[in-house]
Write a protein that binds this ligand. Sequence first.
Ligand code: ZN
Length: 212
Amino acid sequence: MDDLLARNRAWAARRTAADPDFFPRLSRQQAPRYFWLGCSDSRVPANEILDLDPGEVFVHRNVANLAVHNDLNFLSVLQFAVDVLRVEHVIVTGHYGCGGVRAALGQQRLGIVDYWLRYIRDVHERYREAIEAAAGPEEREDRLCELNVETQVMNIARTPIVQAAWARGQALTMHGLVYRLHDGILHDLGYRVSRPEEIGEPHQLTFRRRRD
Ligand code: ZN
């Protein structure tokens, strides 16, 4: 722990030397344009991968980057990002070699985490044909990683939080990316959602206008 605290002090000193107003400015407000939902994996830190400074990306991480529609923790973070910070982009980032995705592809009982991995198993079941068509075990895992990201992008777009933002004219786009651990490169899956028409009619909510 002493080593960690010493590293922190050295880092803060370097930042202050480079930009004396850096911490005072950040302490007054944060105004990130991006909200990142990523995996808890220690090799996938949002700021570092995007080469962004503190204050530039709002982050939520969990096992296998899941946006579960009744996860109050995630929804609270999303609502703050959308309603208060008014981020313009929500970025779901999966990564190849994800332990959560790998575990979900296996059938070993693991414990409490099986309740969480269930959401990935549902993705597997839904896209079974596409996943089984992949060349080998590694390719199957990669495909499930990508399809999991796509599913989470849509889960976020379908939340009443995002739909309410669109209804009041706020521009908000959901994106799906996947990160390659072996070269550090982020790939855009080309899957984005930015309008209510794209989320499927049964999920579209109507919003009553407030009469003042
Ligand atoms: Zn992971």
